[in-house]
Design a protein around this ligand. Structure first.
Ligand code: CP
Length: 324
């Protein structure tokens, strides 16, 4: 494949290849020299039309660990604020010789447009588009679940089949939820979405998952509980329950976490609204993988860039990481 636009496009084999390659990349971080020369001479452009902390920084770290040249482009402070179009921005990047463009955009479908327009010749990676998809987030979430729940390091197997994953919160506006539902289904997990009725998307009955409105009813049978941020910036105030009411019905606190199975983990893609969907007690507990997810994001993004741009070269060889 040349682009990564949607988790829904990934076959099980594609997803397992990315997850296994990310395991190899994670091992590089334990070496004395953490850098690989695999993408030397290639250029990765981070094209961010929307704010980001984790995704932007980890794509930059991933590209640099693979020795690619990195150009960071933020719409704020660029000629986009003077009205320049996506097309003219893309043509400018093409003139600079971008081999891959990592794009975050407020419009659902912008990465697909970039990949199919012919404006650029390189690979396009979706780093989150509107309320549509965030495929590398779902991949890093699956990577985290595999490590924590399946014991990939202990040689217990790689499969998420039959694992029960509960995703809680603002499903309506969540590209993370949509990508996770598709990818987890592809990997054989059973997904339940929990949300207030006003924050469930129309057509969710066609998604490959269950829907519940009762968090307490599903906690005891969850292997992982993924809490989502309420995206107030994307919603009409009329849809929004009060913070106290939301936290009471859909927030994860210490009492609720205690009702989860002992092995179960709490996940959050970030950024978190502490006190809203998750209490500080839960966010800071060892059962919460939010920080681990960020670290795993670098390995996943290294794997994605490597597979799109350097797939004919061996990713990692034995030794100290100085050659491929
Ligand atoms: N999880 C995530 O996409 O975070 P950022 O918005 O900080 O990139």
């Amino acid at each position: 494949k040349r682009h990564l636009i949607s988790a829904a496009d990934l076959t099980r084999d594609d997803a397992v290849l990315i997850l296994d390659t990310a395991e190899e990349m994670a091992r590089v971080a334990d070496r004395p020299i953490k850098k690989l020369p695999t993408l030397r001479g290639r250029t990765v452009v981070n094209l961010f039309f929307e704010d980001s902390t984790r995704t932007r920084i980890s794509f930059e770290a991933a590209a640099k660990r693979l020795s690619a040249d990195v150009i960071n482009f933020s719409a704020k402070g660029s000629s986009v604020s003077k009205g320049e179009s996506l097309k003219d921005t893309a043509l400018t990047l093409e003139a600079m010789g971008a081999d891959a463009v990592v794009i975050r955009h407020h419009d659902s479908g912008a990465p697909h447009r970039l990949a199919t327009s012919g404006w650029i010749g390189g690979s396009v990676v979706n780093a989150g588009d509107g309320t549509h998809e965030h495929p590398t987030q779902a991949l890093l979430d699956a990577f985290t679940m595999r490590r924590r729940l399946v014991g990939v390091d202990a040689g217990l197997g790689h499969d998420l089949a039959g694992r029960r994953i509960t995703i809680v919160g603002d499903i309506l506006h969540s590209r993370v939820a949509r990508s996770n539902v598709h990818l987890l289904h592809t990997l054989g997990a059973e997904v339940t979405l929990v949300a207030p009725p006003t924050l469930v998307p129309i057509g969710v009955e066609r998604w490959p998952c269950e829907v519940s409105y009762d968090l307490d009813a599903v906690l005891a049978k969850s292997d992982a509980v993924m809490m989502l941020r309420v995206q107030r910036e994307r919603m009409n105030a009329a849809f929004f329950p009060t913070e106290r009411e939301y936290a009471r019905r859909y927030g994860l606190n210490g009492d609720r976490m205690a009702r989860m199975p002992e092995h179960a983990i709490v996940m959050h893609p970030g950024p978190m609204n502490r006190g809203m969907e998750i209490t500080a007690e839960v966010a800071d507990s060892p059962r919460c993988t939010a920080v681990e997810q960020v670290a795993n994001g670098v390995s996943i993004r290294m794997a994605v860039l490597y597979l799109l741009l350097g797939g004919n070269e061996p990713a990692v060889t034995a030794g100290n990481g100085t050659s491929t």
